[in-house]
Design a protein around this ligand. Structure first.
Ligand SMILES: NC(=O)c1ccc[n+]([C@@H]2O[C@H](COP(=O)([O-])OP(=O)(O)OC[C@H]3O[C@@H](n4cnc5c(N)ncnc54)[C@H](OP(=O)(O)O)[C@@H]3O)[C@@H](O)[C@H]2O)c1
Length: 340
């Protein structure tokens, strides 16, 4: 069975209790716990499952945002972001309207990380245009990618200059070597750019298990701020092979293809959302599949392709509340069948 890695309190069984106590105190300090008898509310339980971030106390989103810490800096990121492949590759003003609505809502829901790439057609430029139009650059963590064949660093630098222009920014939060193409050539360039504060973090991506051996070797050899890898409830190989190693090596982890480009929904087309999902505050299949991923403590942020207002609302709800425990994770796996 693939291994999951929910937060492990076995080494210090009192740690969970201490965190819950802190949560209770925090609620009281905010005037919320008083009068509730301080029963373990979902908010308090969250203290045991994710870093406690800012609390959004409006009625619609009562649970605290789940954040994860980037190991190389200590900076915190909300556990759900947005991916822009395919659906942001649009041209007309009409096609941009739902994307604008999505991006406007995203930071309001606590979202921060947007992942794009020059290889996604117009997606990078459309993302940059809409972010500039909304004036939300400073609220976001922008991640993009670069790749080269062979030793041609110059073309990589030209690509990155184009990305700065496309994204209307003079600094990027994360630059990733796309599909491990040109890591040897590009990693020294990216580190130099990091030293010059043009980018804040250096990473690499893959979405193909055939590249896992190369990624494993790279993780061993290089100190990376981030890796990005494919992982989904029905595509679980990364949980065994990549995520534990990334955690050990202090690399933050972005998860791509969390829905397998919608494949994972095919398993449950005629299945109603199970009642037991209430135990971890999931009310839709998307939330179940995203919380499945976020429950792995090695995961920093999952980046579902999100291009509609209804999806950003849905997906960002997976960054709040309680996460599934080991028994619930098994139930989710049983619904989607064998690991691919
Ligand atoms: N090698 C790499 O670096 C690499 C490779 C692949 C992906 N990525 C990154 O990972 C991101 C995610 O991958 P992806 O976008 O290809 O696939 P995905 O996130 O697995 O699936 C996206 C699809 O799920 C649907 N969806 C989104 N939210 C939903 C919800 N709440 N309920 C029901 N359906 C929902 C969308 O459908 P609609 O079509 O109806 O909107 C969308 O087409 C990419 O956008 C990209 O940023 C990186």
């Amino acid at each position: 069975m693939p291994s999951h890695d929910p937060i492990d309190y076995s080494a210090d069984p009192q740690a969970r209790e201490r965190e819950l106590e802190l949560s209770r105190r925090e609620l009281v300090r905010m005037g919320i716990g008083a009068g509730l008898g301080l029963a373990l509310t979902p908010w308090a339980q969250l203290g045991a499952q994710g870093d406690l971030a800012h609390r959004d106390m409006d009625e619609e989103q009562p649970s605290a945002l789940i954040t994860r810490t980037i190991p190389s800096s200590g900076e915190k990121l909300p556990a759900v972001g947005i991916g822009t492949a395919r659906r942001y590759d649009v041209a007309t003003a009409e096609e941009k309207v739902p994307l604008l609505e999505t991006l406007r809502e995203f930071p309001k829901r606590g979202g921060k990380l947007i992942d794009t790439a020059p290889s996604y057609g117009n997606a990078e430029a459309v993302t940059g245009e809409l972010v500039a139009q909304l004036g939300i650059r400073d609220q976001l963590f922008l991640a993009t990618k670069v790749s080269v064949r062979g030793t041609d660093a110059t073309s990589g630098v030209a690509q990155m200059q184009a990305s700065f222009r496309a994204l209307h920014t003079d600094h990027l939060d994360l630059m990733q070597v796309w599909n491990l193409q040109g890591t040897e050539t590009l990693l020294p360039v990216l580190r130099e750019m990091k030293a010059q504060k043009k980018i804040r973090y250096v990473g690499v991506t893959t979405s193909n298990e055939r590249q896992y051996p190369e990624l494993e070797a790279l993780l061993k050899k290089e100190q990376l701020d981030f890796i990005q890898v494919d992982y989904a409830a029905d595509n679980r190989q990364a949980a065994d092979r990549i995520l534990p190693q990334a955690k050990d090596r202090g690399a933050a982890v972005l998860i791509n293809l969390p829905f397998g480009r919608s494949r994972v929904f095919q398993n449950v087309l005629t299945t109603p959302v199970p009642d037991w999902a209430k135990e971890f505050e999931a009310t839709t299949w998307a939330q179940i599949f995203l919380k499945y991923i976020v429950a792995n403590a090695a995961v920093t942020c999952v980046i579902p392709g999100t291009a509609q207002l209804k999806y950003v609302t849905d997906n960002m709800s997976a960054a709040r509340g309680v996460l599934p425990d080991a028994a619930m994770l098994k139930k989710i796996e049983a619904l989607v069948g064998k690991a691919m």
